[in-house]
Design a protein around this ligand. Structure first.
Ligand code: GLY
Ligand code: MN
Ligand code: MN
Length: 442
């Protein structure tokens, strides 16, 4: 979307909310110039989530400086108009149009950043910025901090203190507004539909890659600009690799397919995982493991309401999944000992979920920094609930029928004032529904 949204109010409202939290300080957000591969080919570009969240501006090579209570309050450095470059790379707003259409108080060409920034930070007592490793922008910020100090002469003042903008903005982004929730719901809805279409499509002999391509087609057909993250299409024992990326194996008749994939709508993403039989019928062993994981997932979702410590969801899942491991004979011994020593992590190595929003692993703190206590969940938060059980193909501790089974079931949960809403409810997960939906029948 290279044109400004009709309603710039959304971004102005977010800035206003933020302004109340940062009087006397400034925030700098940036996105580097679009990356160019092999000297001439462009990678696809997605705006930095924080920069988009506060401006709606989608071009690369942008820096936004926010100085609540000061004049100018909103300053954006953008790429200049350039007829020749626009022939190659497409439309640019340029400083004048960007100022008008994105309702900035002041805009400059990006080349003027080093010249203007010291003036914009004079009198500010705190800067919010996120340091990247080896980023060109980091060098500019370091130079700016030193130039500012020098410009104060022998005042005795030290460097302007810098706080992490990710952590700060994360606390704003972790509670979703009504507008955010509408975008989120749409991302969830189109992702559910794409999963259902994909279930109907798969059949033995296809490659994981073809299924991935079909899923991307389904989300884009519904208006998604892109995947919310690199989709995982893992058949058989590939599902036991948590971040499987190859997606190039052939789907086999009696195996399961784990699909962890989602589309993005207006920069909000969903994050759904479903695991189902490629030939439309669970084997007894697959069904046994699947039902166990599903029970855990439903139990954890049913607990969700404001005030619940995040950690309790993880503890419940770990405890129930350990029972399942014992039932399946994957582990033996006393449950307490197993959990204390962490043996259960062999089959359930990850957490129960994560905040979800403009980024798949969205910003927001899970623990109180000082006390280390788990954060209590609040209305307006969105997170995933995604228990899993992964039994490696070469695991001789497991009986043969369970080896190579990897299952994860993941939904997206909005916390409401009196409970929760499962925003991905429409995506089938009961065995009977999955068997009905998967198109291929043996
Ligand atoms: N799709 C990444 C995750 O589930 O965390
Ligand atoms: Mn997830
Ligand atoms: Mn996922």
């Amino acid at each position: 979307m290279r044109t400004p949204l009709e309603n710039m109010k959304l971004f102005a409202d977010r800035r206003q909310k933020l302004a109340g939290m940062m009087q006397g300080s400034a925030l700098i957000l940036s996105a580097p110039e679009e990356t160019i591969r092999n000297g001439s080919v462009h990678n696809s570009f997605r705006q930095d989530s924080n920069l988009y969240y506060l401006t709606g501006y989608e071009e690369s090579g942008t820096i936004f400086v926010f100085r609540p209570g000061m004049t100018p309050e909103t300053v954006m450095f953008v790429r200049k108009k350039d007829t020749e470059r626009e022939t190659w790379d497409g439309f640019r707003f340029g400083p004048d149009e960007a100022q008008k259409q994105f309702r900035m108080d002041k805009t400059y060409p990006i080349e003027d950043f080093s010249k203007e920034i010291c003036g914009l930070l004079k009198g500010v007592d705190k800067l919010y910025y996120r340091f990247y490793k080896n980023a060109e922008m980091d060098t500019k910020i370091r130079e700016t901090l030193l130039d500012l100090k020098v410009s104060q002469g022998r005042s005795g003042f030290g460097l302007l203190p810098v706080f992490d903008s990710d952590e700060f903005l994360g606390e704003l982004r972790v509670i979703k507004s009504e507008a955010d929730i509408l975008n989120h719901r749409r991302a969830c809805e189109l992702t559910c539909e794409a999963h259902i279409e994909t279930m109907k499509y798969v059949k033995p002999g296809m490659s994981e890659r073809e299924v991935h391509g079909y899923f991307i087609y389904q989300i884009m057909k519904r208006g998604a600009a892109r995947e919310g993250y690199g989709g995982i299409f893992a058949s058989g024992a590939n599902a036991c690799t948590l971040h499987y990326v190859f997606n190039d194996a052939t789907l086999k008749n009696n195996e399961l397919l784990l699909v962890d994939a989602a589309g993005e709508h207006n920069y909000f993403t969903s994050d759904i995982t479903r695991s189902y039989p490629i030939n439309g019928k669970f084997t007894d062993a697959q069904a046994q493991v699947y039902e166990g994981v599903l029970k855990v997932q439903k139990t954890v979702i049913s607990m969700v309401k404001p005030g619940l410590p995040f950690q309790e969801m993880h503890d419940t899942a770990s405890s129930m999944l350990t029972d399942l491991m014992l039932d399946l004979g994957l582990l033996s011994g006393r449950k307490d000992d197993i959990m204390k020593s962490g043996q259960h992590k062999k089959y359930y190595p990850h957490g129960i979920g994560h905040f979800l929003g403009m980024d798949v692993h969205d910003s927001g703190l899970y623990f109180n920094k000082k006390s280390g206590e788990s954060r209590k969940i609040e209305a307006g938060m969105v997170f995933t609930v995604e228990p899993g059980l992964y039994i490696p193909a070469n695991d001789h501790a497991a009986s043969a029928e369970y080896r190579g089974i990897g299952i994860r079931i993941e939904d997206n949960i909005l916390v409401t004032h009196n409970g929760h809403e499962n925003m991905t409810q429409r995506c089938p997960k009961e065995i009977a529904d999955l068997e009905r939906t998967v198109g291929y029948k043996n």
